[in-house]
Design a protein around this ligand. Structure first.
Ligand SMILES: *[C@@H]1O[C@H](CO)[C@@H](O)[C@H](O)[C@H]1NC(C)=O
Ligand SMILES: *[C@@H]1O[C@H](CO)[C@@H](O)[C@H](O)[C@H]1NC(C)=O
Ligand SMILES: *[C@@H]1O[C@H](CO)[C@@H](O)[C@H](O)[C@H]1NC(C)=O
Length: 293
């Protein structure tokens, strides 16, 4: 072998190594931002009504007259900026409920809910949110969205730190629940799992339960994406480490909405809110202490 061919072999070897490096690096990068379902979640019920798509980067839940389905995170979290991309069932989905939420499964449980209430074709889907802290819920808010949530995927997110809980639709804050413990209002403080589900809620979900699920349109299908988790996993049920500012969602920037977010939030409330427990006087003659005075 002369010098040239040694050099050529060496360069070839290096080039192959470099290409392999690029390939593996690319795969890892993709997996990091776009984890497969199996890495962070398990199916919890309705196994045969779940379909894995795109190597587990998308999950389809189906609802028919025999079952719906649900899934939950393998770990429990103590803070985070939790997100999911969801595309709801289209056409006539009256009575059908898609849920994405955090829950503690304890006796006096904490829970933060997104619930999408289906509707007859051509009528808007309602987004209901709720906040449970130390077993106390009854904090429903309802709104319409400024797009058709069945037409495409959108991000639904929950920011949870010691200062505030914020529900987001894409990048728009739609609900804020502040830490009001100094006014005697409980604030979620228990480890929570992330869950998603699709089920029949026609006893209450659409027009107070008067509009029923039309099973001739089954199966109803909801698609979920975005299984990477920005959350602090709780170990040995000690939630304190999850309040550390080493987690970016606990840093000052996330303690309040900034002025741009505040304007967007007020705009959404003004234009899309259809129900707020805070202003339901027959139900709460005196508004609960966490409500604006
Ligand atoms: C469920 O739907 C299937 C298909 O439409 C139908 O054949 C069956 O009778 C239904 N079962 C019940 C319990 O309604
Ligand atoms: C709520 O805020 C208080 C300070 O006002 C803080 O001590 C407490 O840890 C917070 N609660 C939770 C559950 O984050
Ligand atoms: C259910 O859907 C079928 C098929 O579109 C339709 O013929 C029927 O009238 C619907 N039933 C109700 C109660 O809307």
């Amino acid at each position: 072998m002369n010098h040239c061919s040694v050099l050529a072999t060496l360069m070839d070897f290096c080039l192959r190594r470099f290409l392999a490096f690029l390939l593996i690096g690319g795969v890892l990068a993709r997996r990091n931002g776009d984890a497969s379902f199996d890495r962070n979640y398990d199916i919890t019920w309705g196994n045969d009504h779940v379909l894995s798509i795109d190597e587990g980067r998308q999950i389809q839940l189906s609802l028919d007259n025999s079952s719906g389905a649900g899934f939950g995170s393998k770990l429990s979290f103590g803070s985070g900026f939790i997100h999911m991309r969801i595309k709801l069932p289209g056409k006539d989905s009256a009575g059908v409920v898609t849920a994405f939420y955090l829950t503690s499964h304890s006796n006096n449980h904490d829970e933060l809910d997104f619930e999408f209430l289906g509707n007859r074709e051509g009528k808007p889907i309602t987004l209901q949110t709720n906040v449970f802290a130390n077993g106390q819920g009854n904090r429903e808010q309802r709104m319409y969205l400024w797009f058709d949530p069945a037409a495409d995927f959108h991000s639904y997110k929950i920011l949870w730190n010691q200062y505030q809980i914020v529900f987001y639709v894409d990048d728009t804050p739609i609900r804020v629940f502040k830490n009001h413990t100094n006014s005697g209002v409980s604030y979620p403080s228990q480890p929570m799992q992330i869950e998603g589900s699709l089920w029949d809620g026609d006893s209450w979900a659409t027009d107070g339960g008067q509009t029923k699920t039309n099973w001739s349109h089954a199966p109803f299908q909801t698609h979920f994406q975005g299984f990477d988790v920005n959350g602090c996993p709780v170990q040995d049920s000690d939630i304190q480490p999850c309040y550390s500012t080493n987690y970016w969602w606990n840093t000052r920037k996330y303690w309040t909405l900034d002025s741009t977010q505040q304007r967007a939030y007020e705009n959404v409330r003004k234009n899309y809110l259809t129900y707020d427990y805070c202003s339901d006087r027959p139900r709460y003659p005196t508004p609960p202490p966490e409500c604006p005075q």
